[in-house]
Design a protein around this ligand. Structure first.
Ligand SMILES: [Zn+2]
Length: 121
């Protein structure tokens, strides 16, 4: 396990940085769009509540921000659970190249292609 923790360490740092950036951008956008009455209300809200609110706002920018933040947050959670780098569908290891392209990638290449095929059908 020590080896994979070292391998994933730079990815964890990237995820934490992206998470912080997305979170502050999301809060700012929600305030600009007056989804919540005050910055105090936004600061006091749970991240999961902000994500639900932003996604149900149907404001494209906010929707995209919230979707990405949710994905990054899930990846950070999986690091804490020791499940990072494992496909959410088949639990195979995700290629390190895929994780370097997108550290929040939750699925292996096989499952991504499979689900893309399904969504297009
Ligand atoms: Zn998979």
């Amino acid at each position: 396990m020590a080896t994979s923790e070292l391998t994933y360490e730079p990815l964890r740092v990237r995820l934490e940085q992206e998470h912080a950036a997305l979170y502050s951008e999301l809060k700012q956008e929600m305030l600009l769009n007056t989804l919540l009455p005050s910055s105090a209300a936004i600061e006091g809200a749970e991240l999961s509540d902000l994500i639900v609110m932003a996604k149900s706002s149907f404001i494209p920018n906010l929707f995209d921000l919230a979707t990405r933040l949710e994905k990054v947050d899930a990846a950070i959670c999986s690091i804490k659970l020791g499940m990072y780098g494992l496909c959410a569908d088949c639990e195979d290891e995700i290629d390190i190249e895929d994780l370097e392209t997108d550290p929040a990638q939750p699925r292996c290449q096989h499952c991504r292609e499979h689900s893309r095929y399904h969504h297009e059908a």
